[in-house]
Design a protein around this ligand. Structure first.
Ligand SMILES: Cc1cc2nc3c(=O)[nH]c(=O)nc-3n(C[C@H](O)[C@H](O)[C@H](O)COP(=O)(O)O)c2cc1C
Length: 353
């Protein structure tokens, strides 16, 4: 699945073929964030991934493709299947289904298992709770379970758990010889973080925000500059981002982590007095939504960075430069090796040659 256990998570509107291809070419595994793609865009980005990914002559696409399961569920069934079939026709290394209503990701995995030609793509799903891990494991359909902690940038379960806690529970509750690969995601910034996850028992790690700080990411220069200057405590989990964009049809319980901004402050002021649970239930109905969306639209047209939506994980404070994705993958792997070797020395154990 990968030469280096470093995976670029799918990032809708941020990780296209150029970025995913560069990560896979460097030995990691890159995913296209295909969540909002129509068929034409998917085909264009697949082509870009092929160009950047340096795949062999076997016709396989060296990257994975990440779908938002809830979006597939909202499409007419034939359109959703046509999107997934388009992905399958490219013979991708992997497919990833995330953020669906219960059972949806596994149902799409079953669809792929039935349809895919050999070699079939590896199948990834996201787990935000131990129950998710058990469900994915029990389905026997999945090759990789990505344990996502609440530190993660972008969308996730608002009532999720800290990454390390969830990863350790997942490692302890499953049999390494029989379970799918376990990956961990959320708040990871450098090779030292990666070393920590591997030591806890993860088979590989998933990074999102760190890869936004590459020339290949589709984020604007203004968004990248905000990330470069942000600290972890500048990030916040909120419904404000989807409220402003008008993307309020995510499944209940899902919010997103991004940089605090005037958009968030305004939403918080309107939602003051409502509990997080009430905000969830009132998704898209916190008073004043039309005015907030209008202000957001105008601010984006005027390039006003104070209102911009910049998804970000808590690791952002340890990200200090914009580097080409391939260089980043190599650097992360080198740093992780050095951190693990230093830990082994501290333990006094023999170094394996
Ligand atoms: C801008 C952005 C967009 C994202 N879009 C998706 C998506 O479409 N599908 C998905 O499964 N995860 C999505 N994620 C989550 C990432 O795949 C990954 O799990 C997460 O970024 C890891 O946390 P980190 O950002 O702290 O490294 C997104 C994250 C970001 C930052």
């Amino acid at each position: 699945m990968w030469r280096l256990p470093i995976v670029l998570g799918p990032m809708a509107n941020a990780a296209g073929g150029r970025l995913a291809g560069a990560v896979s070419r460097a030995g990691g595994l890159g995913f296209l964030g295909a969540g909002y793609y129509a068929k034409d865009t998917l085909l264009t980005e697949i082509q870009a991934a092929r160009a950047a990914g340096g795949g062999g002559d076997d016709g396989r696409l060296p990257v994975g493709i990440g779908f938002l399961a809830w979006r597939l569920e909202k499409l007419p069934r034939a359109d959703a299947e046509a999107l997934v079939d388009t992905a399958l026709d490219a013979h991708p290394a992997a497919l990833w289904f995330s953020y669906g209503p219960p059972g949806s990701a596994e149902a799409w995995c079953a669809y792929v298992r039935k349809k895919a030609a050999n070699p079939a793509p590896a199948l990834f799903v996201t787990a935000s709770t131990l129950e998710d891990v058990h469900a994915a494991n029990a389905s026997k359909l999945v090759d990789a379970i990505v344990v996502q902690g609440l530190e993660a940038g972008g969308h996730g379960l608002g009532s999720g758990r800290p990454r390390d806690e969830l990863l350790l529970d997942a490692v302890r509750a499953t049999n390494a010889a029989e379970r799918p690969k376990l990956l961990s995601a959320g708040g990871l910034a450098d090779g030292r973080d990666i070393a920590g996850q591997l030591a806890l028992g993860a088979d590989a790690v998933v990074l999102g925000t760190r890869f936004l700080l590459t020339p290949e990411a589709a984020y604007t220069d203004a968004q990248k500059q905000l990330l470069l200057h942000a600290h972890g405590h500048d990030t916040v989990r909120s419904m404000a981002f989807d409220d402003a964009r008008g993307t309020t049809d995510w499944p209940e319980g899902i919010d997103g982590r991004g940089l605090r901004s005037a958009t968030v402050d305004e939403y918080d002021a309107a939602a003051r007095g409502l509990s997080w649970h009430e905000q969830q239930q009132q998704q898209g109905r916190v008073p004043g939504i039309e005015a907030r969306q209008e202000r957001y639209r105008r601010a984006m047209a005027d390039g006003e960075s104070a209102r911009m939506i910049t998804w970000s994980g808590t690791g952002v404070g340890a990200m200090h430069d914009i580097v080409p994705a391939a260089e980043l993958v190599e650097r992360l792997a080198r740093e992780a090796r050095e951190a693990l070797a230093a830990a082994q020395t501290r333990l006094g154990g023999a170094r394996t040659p």
